[in-house]
Design a protein around this ligand. Structure first.
Ligand code: ADP
Length: 372
């Protein structure tokens, strides 16, 4: 049997999907955990509920999405007590996300003690970024002591989408260079060289890089000193401002891109500026990764915005024809797998991501199982 249960634990939610091979046989979301009127009191009762409603017979693995793998977890890892301790040690690097994943691991080990558990890290795919790509030019002793470097996130999505892009192009993944653009509520870009990540836009945390629903993306760090010293804001408030009240929300009051697009269509100035900032930032990263990769076979859009918004795809790559990059309006509108005109040097693709399937496959692979 190769049935795999994938768990994605947030601080107040538990998302699950049960796979049989590549088929989804059950899925759902337990929400507002621990809140009054929520679906469950804690992660333990949430998983008990899922187990009561779902036939988990013949389960060969539980795959856990873990946000931060730090410098040491460079691949999906079978969980034992030592691994749990090492994931716990990474809490300071991801204080907002890591505790929830650990709670999911603890309750799954307790309720499904006979089933192997695997941790699949958002950071692991980026372990192949070379030192010159992950090192910031700050005091080297401080960086080493506090594990400060670019880690990158959305790794399961970038890995899956880059591989699928090679399939779409009919090329071997090991010989295909792709710039993947994961544009969801969170957003990141990745340069993938022959199936390996060599650059990505998120950093120590998922705050860096592209403009997101509520996160600022890259800013000059001096903004933080200025808000602290001159505006007198405490550090926690600045963090909340940049991570939860920034991005599209900060610029327009809306974090959902659909609302921004509809206001822009009615001529709203803030929404127009936000759209221009959002798409220009994508173009800046595309340009940067063209220079990192040299030869780029495809640029691929994925996730909620990337898969659904033709206008974002077109604006993000506008004006790049001299670089051999173009979008065919009809193919783009239809969200075809390849939306560039025939004969361009770099294909432009739309590939739906499937992070849970990738987590299931990586969990099986970590246990030496293959998908039937
Ligand atoms: P998450 O990162 O939470 O998994 P998704 O990948 O589902 O999020 O992406 C959510 C984003 O996708 C939202 O900003 C939403 O506005 C955007 N989105 C979804 N459908 C469309 C659409 N048809 N056009 C434009 N944006 C869309």
């Amino acid at each position: 049997m190769t049935r795999v249960l994938v768990l994605n634990c947030g601080s107040s939610s538990l998302k699950y999907r049960l796979f049989d091979g590549a088929d989804t046989v059950a899925k759902g979301l337990v929400e507002r955990i621990g809140e009054s009127g929520g679906d469950a009191a804690d992660h333990l009762t949430a998983l008990q509920r899922i187990m009561a409603e779902t036939d988990l017979d013949g389960l060969s693995a539980v795959g856990h999405r873990v946000v931060h793998g730090g410098p040491e977890f460079t691949a999906a890892t079978v969980i034992d007590d030592g691994v749990v301790e090492r994931i716990e040690a990474l809490i300071p690097l991801a204080p907002l996300h890591q505790p929830a994943a650990l709670s999911g691991i603890a309750v799954a080990r307790k309720l499904l003690p006979a089933v192997p558990q695997v941790a699949v890290f958002d950071t692991a795919f980026h372990a192949t970024i070379p030192p010159e790509g992950y090192t910031w030019a700050i005091d080297a002793d401080l960086a080493e002591r506090w594990q400060i470097r670019r880690y990158g996130f959305h790794g399961t999505s970038h890995a899956y989408v880059a591989r699928r892009t090679a399939e779409v192009l009919g090329r071997p993944p090991a010989e295909t260079n792709v710039i993947t653009l994961h544009l969801g509520n969170g957003a990141s870009a990745c340069a993938v060289e022959g199936g390996r990540s060599v650059a990505t836009s998120m950093g120590l945390s998922p705050l860096d890089g592209l403009v997101m629903g509520t996160r600022s993306g890259a800013i000059d760090p001096t903004v933080i000193f200025h808000l602290h010293r001159v505006a007198g804001l405490p550090l926690d408030e600045i963090e909340t401002s940049l991570t939860r009240h920034g991005g599209l929300l900060g610029l327009t009051g809306e974090n959902d891109l659909r609302a921004v697009l509809s206001r822009r269509a009615h001529g709203d100035a803030k929404a127009t500026l936000a759209f221009d900032v959002y798409t220009r930032r994508i173009r800046e990263y595309v340009g940067s990764y063209l220079a990192v990769l040299g030869r780029v076979d495809a640029i691929t859009f994925t996730a909620g915005v990337g898969e659904n918004s033709a206008v974002v795809r077109a604006a993000s790559l506008a004006g790049l024809e001299p670089l051999g990059i173009a979008v065919d309006p009809e193919r783009n509108e239809a969200a075809a797998a390849i939306i560039s005109p025939d004969g361009t040097r770099t294909a432009v693709c739309v590939v739906p991501t499937d992070e849970e399937l990738e987590i299931a496959d990586q969990s099986r692979a970590a246990l030496g199982l293959s998908r039937p």
